[in-house]
Every structure is written in structure tokens, then in C-alpha cells.
Design a protein around this ligand. Structure first.
Ligand code: PRX
Length: 648
């Protein structure tokens, strides 16, 4: 691993929120007196009923409970919109850049207010009120932000499902939280291609019990013709004409749920991660300001999709709570050309740019040419999220995209953490390519060994967090026991992240990747168990085991070992069929990259699949398979090696 250090440049320190001394001072205060620290910073948002309590949290086994600002009341939409109207009503809140480079719009805070109120009234007319769940299945259009904020305004709980998920995945997520209303669009548009969102919603609802969903609200995006079921489906533009653009923001308790977001884990089906109101917003807003060194007037662009947590915290809630101008991009980095990102940066004079290593790696492939046709002079800070950034990609991002002028904040966090936990701060932290560096205020990382013993100093181990921070998830929707079991049972009294890490002599953290059965494909989380259960649902498949393997662009690819039923032949046609099967079942992000037909899988005598061996073979590294003598049938390993699919 590279140990190159890039020192903080004078220009980064100038006007920055914090320098190194200030970081140290604030960090110390945040961990020695969390009540004092967060009591002060909790007031960065407006409260309808001010809180008197700050931190009330316990990671104790059997009694995990996380509450912040518990007796306060507020409203997230009020904080993201209304409170800005007096001072910045005419300022752009959202710059929307369409898939087609000729399409873009500026939406002011005043317009945002009117649009969100209208959407809230449309929902309210359909019986949505505080605590009700609303599933959002929308492309990256302004209505996605309106829908989120409209739910927040009413105290309803949104659950966004990424537009790339299949009807089956959507159905499970609608049912999981018993949403009575679904907001979708006729079709999405990405890279010039249409995505049949409304048809997917119809297919999803078709799999649910009759009358599971009362209303489907359809935003017209492409104008494509879609089936509309009378009494259930309504076009948003028609419903919006029937209501006013005034709607009060409901004061809700700090711990009232704001949203549910389904995410993959190492076992079973995706879990509904629950984030609540007060602590989440304080944390999203504060990290957005400090991590990106956000300054008044900046144009800020995060390229994520609102279907992922990054879109929630760092396209919508954090930036808007700070009164920022946030750019929302409908398209993809390679359409119409590989210069699209850089052209959008010039077009809208973007100051802060936040993207994923996988995008950088795919654009690196096209060389420096497309970048150098643009100026990018407006850029001040670059960010990275979603997976470890390899030093080559880091260097290209720094040197070619940022002209060696802009710091890169490599932000480590998770759906569960609500906001960034480990990251450099532009004016304060020296950069080491590939390291997420140091904890944010209030975050206490600890490294533990396999036995759960805390390790001090430079080391390698499993990454845990010692105490709560305001943005932490509160529970798994409808299953608090699963929450405790998943995150707090491996190492008692600690939150276990599922990631491995290294801590160097400077106390900097280097995230090495998941240590559980979760793979990170292009910055998106996939549970191996989900892909396996999809594969075994195919009539010809007897058994399947899925692992990750290093992939040049995606970071990790999906490698599936498949045992077929007696008499079935594993050939190219069946490979294609299985890939298409998983794609249709879960969505394109779950497509296996490599499938190996295996007559048998390596199992212990008690029948447990030895994934360690499968991972090694998938990595094309079978010199160190370790002890295989405990296998029920050691001979299967030779066959697996012989027929491996990933050959250098
Ligand atoms: O393994 C870590 C990786 O992504 C996981 C979280 O995925 P998800 O919940 O989908 O959230 C992604 C966006 C926050 C983590 O457990 N990860 C995320 N950011 C980084 C990272 N790994 C290394 N470096 C990062 N900066």
C-alpha cells in the first residue's frame, strides 16, 4: 500500500472551517463531553420544541437503545426549506441536470417550498399522515427530492427503492414496510435509455396480496404510455392541480422515523435501516459542512442516486439543511461522452464534487483527453465514497481531475451510520492516498482482534465504534432483535461495522473491505446470501455459493459457484440464462460476473461451506489455501482450481 503523504496546502487552509489544531480541539471536546458538544451543535437546526436532553444511548447487550435530543420536536422539511425562505428564497436550492445535456433547471428555495407543499397535499389527500410509510421508486428528477421532503413535512416515513431494482425486490420492500402509497414515474431515462418504472411497479404490486397498495402516484417524465389502473393510479401533474401550495410542517419528535432504507447484509433478505429525525439531520448537515468545507454560495454536486444513503444524506438532507445549492444529475458519467462529468462541472461552476471510485476507474480507462477538454477551474474540494479508493485511482483523481489543486476527502461510512464517520477535513488533515484518515467529531473507532479484544496502536483488525453518534441508525424496521444481533452481538458493547481496517502509526485508518459475507460491487452492497437464494430458485440449480473477487472497474465482482441438479449440463447458454435470471430477480447490480459450474462445493464434515477456499480460488490465488484436511471431500478443491474462471 502506498504511504505517500500529501500535506495540507496553504490554499486549503485559507478560509477553511477548521485547521489541524481546531480539529484536535473539537475532537477532544466531542468525545470528552458529548452532551456539551452535541448540545451546542444540535442547535444548528431549528427546533419547534427545544430539546433539554442530548445523548441517551446504550450499546449494552439486550438493551441497545439510541436516542438523541429526545424531548425536542422539529421537522426536517421545515429545516431544509422554510427556515431559508426569508434570507435565500430566490437562491437556487437544486440545479437539475438532465440525462440530455440540453436539459437543465434551477429550482429556488421558494419554488422548492411550493413544490414540496403541493406534493405533501397530494399525499395528504390520499390519506397519508404521520407515521405512514410511502415507497418512492423514482429516477433522479426533482420530484424525487420533493417526494422525500413532502413525506418529511407530514411526518410520513419514506422508503426509497433504487430504480435499478427488479419488480420482485420492489415488491419485497413495499411489503416489508407495508407502504400504502407508491410514488413512481412513467419511465426513467439514463444514458439515453428508458427504464420502465411504472411497468415494474405494476408487476411488483401484482405479486402482493390484493389491495396491498391503495395509491400509485405517477410522475410524467418521458410521456411514454403506461397502464393506469382507475381508482388506484393517478398522474402527479393532474393531482397537483387539485391542491394548493401551502401545507404546514408537522412538528415531530426528534426520534420520529424519517426514513427506512433497505440494505443488504451477510444473511437473509435486506434489512430496513431506520433513521430518525433530529440527530440524523444534525449529523448530515454538520458533516456536509465540515467534511466538504462547504461555504456560503458554493455549488455542490454529489453524483450518487437518491436510492442510496449517499443520495439521502448528501444530495438532499445535509446540503438543503445548510441552505446550499445542490446539483442533482439524472444521467450517467459516460453519456453522451466520457467528458460528461467535467462538462457539467464547467457548465454549473461546481465547487465541490463527490463521487465513487468506480466512476473514477471507469473514466480513467478513457485517458486524460476527455478531462483536459474542460477547465474545472471552479473545483475546490473532491470527495470519494462507497469503497476503498485504490492509490492509482486516487492519484488520477487528484492530479488529472483536480490539477493537484484540490484535496480529496475519502469518506468512509455506511447506510447504518447515516453520515460520514471517518474522513479527512480539507483544511486540517494531511492526505494519504487510500486512507480515510481520521474520525469525525464524536466518532470513536476501535480495532478489535478476532477474539474481540481491543487492540492499541498501529494494527490490523475489525473496525468497531465505541459509542453512539447522532446519525446512527436506531433499529431495523419491525425487528429490533435483528438490529442488536447484527451490529451489537459480535463484540459486546461495541457497534461492529462489518469492515476490516488497518490503523497506521499516525492513527490513520485504512479500510480494507468487508469481513462478512457482503460484497461491494461498484460501491453498492450486495449480500452473497441474496444472490445464492436467487440462483437456487432456478429449476436446474441444486446449490450455489457466491463470493467477491477483485475487479478492475467495479472494485469487486460477483463470482458464483453453481452445482447443477443431476443430469443438467453446465454450458455457455446456461451461464447466460443464470445471469439473466438473477438480473431479473434482484436487479442488474446483482448480475454474476463469473459463474463456475462445480460438481461439489468444499464443505466441512458438518456441512458448512468453506468460503475462505472459494474466495481464494475466485481471486486466482490458490497457493495458500490453508488447511483443507477438515474438508469432507478434499478432492473437490482440485476440480474447483482446475476449472476456475478468473485466470490472470
Ligand atoms: O465496506 C465499506 C464500504 O461500503 C460499505 C457501506 O456500504 P453502504 O451501506 O452501501 O454505503 C455506501 C455509502 C456510504 C462499508 O461498510 N465503504 C464505504 N465508503 C468507503 C468504504 N470502504 C472504503 N473506503 C470508503 N471511503
Amino acid at each position: 500500500m502506498s504511504e505517500k503523504v500529501v500535506a495540507v496546502q496553504d490554499a486549503w487552509r485559507q478560509g477553511a472551517h477548521v485547521d489541524d489544531a481546531k480539529y484536535q480541539e473539537m475532537y477532544r471536546a466531542s468525545v470528552s463531553d458529548p452532551d456539551g458538544f452535541w448540545g451546542e451543535h444540535g442547535r444548528r437546526i431549528d427546533w419547534m420544541t427545544p430539546f433539554t436532553k442530548v445523548k441517551d444511548t446504550s450499546f449494552a447487550p439486550g438493551n441497545v437503545s439510541i436516542k438523541w435530543f429526545d424531548d425536542g420536536k422539529t421537522n426536517v422539511a421545515y429545516n431544509c426549506i422554510d427556515r431559508h425562505l426569508e434570507t435565500r428564497g430566490d437562491q437556487t436550492a437544486i440545479i437539475w441536470e438532465g440525462d440530455d445535456p440540453n436539459e437543465s433547471r434551477h429550482i429556488t428555495y421558494r419554488e422548492l417550498h411550493a413544490q414540496v407543499c403541493r406534493m405533501a397535499n397530494v399525499l395528504r389527500n390520499r390519506g397519508v399522515s404521520k407515521g405512514d410509510r410511502v415507497t418512492i421508486y423514482l429516477p433522479m428528477i426533482p420530484e424525487a427530492a420533493y417526494a422525500m421532503l413532502a413525506c418529511a413535512r407530514l411526518g410520513a416515513i419514506h422508503s426509497i427503492v433504487f430504480g435499478g431494482f427488479s419488480p420482485d425486490s420492489l415488491a419485497a420492500r413495499i411489503q416489508g414496510c407495508e407502504a400504502k402509497v407508491v410514488i413512481t414515474a412513467d419511465e426513467g431515462l439514463r444514458g439515453g435509455r428508458k427504464v420502465p418504472l411504472k411497468a415494474n411497479v405494476d408487476a411488483a404490486i401484482g405479486r402482493l396480496p390484493k389491495d396491498a397498495v391503495d395509491h400509485v402516484i405517477v410522475v410524467r417524465r418521458t410521456g411514454g404510455s403506461v397502464a393506469m389502473e382507475p381508482g388506484r393510479d393517478v398522474y402527479y401533474h393532474e393531482a397537483a392541480e387539485q391542491v394548493t401550495d401551502a401545507c404546514p410542517a408537522e412538528a415531530v419528535e426528534a426520534e420520529h422515523p424519517l426514513f427506512i432504507l433497505y440494505t443488504s447484509g451477510s444473511t437473509g433478505q435486506p434489512k430496513g435501516v431506520v433513521h430518525t429525525t433530529g440527530g440524523y439531520l444534525v449529523y448530515a448537515a454538520m458533516t456536509h459542512e465540515y467534511v466538504f468545507d462547504y461555504r456560503e454560495g458554493d455549488v455542490y454536486w454529489c453524483t450518487a442516486d437518491v436510492g442510496w444513503v449517499t443520495g439521502h444524506s448528501y444530495i438532499v438532507y445535509g446540503p438543503l439543511a445548510n441552505g446550499a445549492t445542490t446539483l442533482m444529475f439524472e444521467g450517467i458519467p459516460t453519456y453522451p461522452t466520457n467528458a460528461r462529468f467535467w462538462e457539467v462541472i464547467d457548465k454549473h461552476k461546481v465547487n465541490i464534487f463527490y463521487t465513487a471510485p468506480t466512476a473514477i476507474r471507469s473514466l480513467m480507462g478513457a485517458g486524460e483527453g476527455p478531462v483536459k477538454t474542460t477547465s474545472r477551474a471552479s473545483l475546490r474540494v473532491l470527495g470519494s465514497v462507497g469503497e476503498p479508493i485504490n492509490p492509482e485511482a486516487w492519484d488520477w483523481y487528484y492530479r488529472v481531475v483536480g490539477d493537484s489543486r484540490c484535496p480529496i476527502v475519502d469518506t468512509w461510512w455506511q447506510t447504518e451510520t447515516g453520515g460520514i464517520l471517518i474522513t479527512p477535513l480539507p483544511g486540517a488533515t494531511a492526505l494519504k492516498p487510500g486512507s480515510a484518515t481520521r474520525p469525525f467529531f464524536g466518532v470513536q473507532p476501535v480495532m478489535v482482534d478476532a477474539e474481540g479484544k481491543e487492540i492499541a496502536g498501529p494494527c490490523e483488525g475489525n473496525l468497531c465504534i465505541k459509542d453512539s453518534w447522532p446519525g446512527q441508525m436506531r433499529t431495523v424496521y419491525g425487528d429490533h432483535e435483528r438490529f442488536e444481533q447484527t451490529y451489537f452481538s459480535t463484540y459486546p458493547n461495541l457497534y461492529f461495522t462489518g469492515d476490516g481496517a488497518r490503523r497506521d502509526a499516525d492513527g490513520f485508518y485504512w479500510i480494507t473491505g468487508r469481513v462478512d459475507d457482503v460484497i461491494n460491487v461498484s460501491g453498492h452492497r450486495m449480500g452473497t446470501a441474496e444472490v445464492e437464494s436467487s440462483l437456487v430458485a432456478h429449476a436446474k440449480v441444486a446449490e450455489a455459493a457466491v463470493v467477491g473477487f477483485p475487479h478492475n472497474v467495479k472494485g469487486q465482482g460477483i463470482y458464483a459457484y453453481v452445482t447443477l441438479n443431476e443430469g443438467e449440463e453446465g454450458d455457455e447458454a446456461l451461464r447466460k440464462e443464470l445471469v439473466a435470471w438473477v438480473r431479473k430477480d434482484i436487479g442488474p447490480i446483482a448480475s454474476p460476473d463469473l459463474i463456475q459450474f462445480a460438481p461439489g462445493l468444499p464443505k466441512t464434515r458438518s456441512g458448512k461451506i468453506m468460503r475462505r477456499i472459494l474466495r481464494k480460488i475466485a481471486e486466482d490465488d490458490f497457493s495458500t489455501l490453508g488447511d483443507t484436511s477438515t474438508l469432507a471431500d478434499p478432492a473437490v478443491v482440485d476440480d474447483l482450481i482446475e476449472n476456475r474462471q478468473n485466470r490472470a
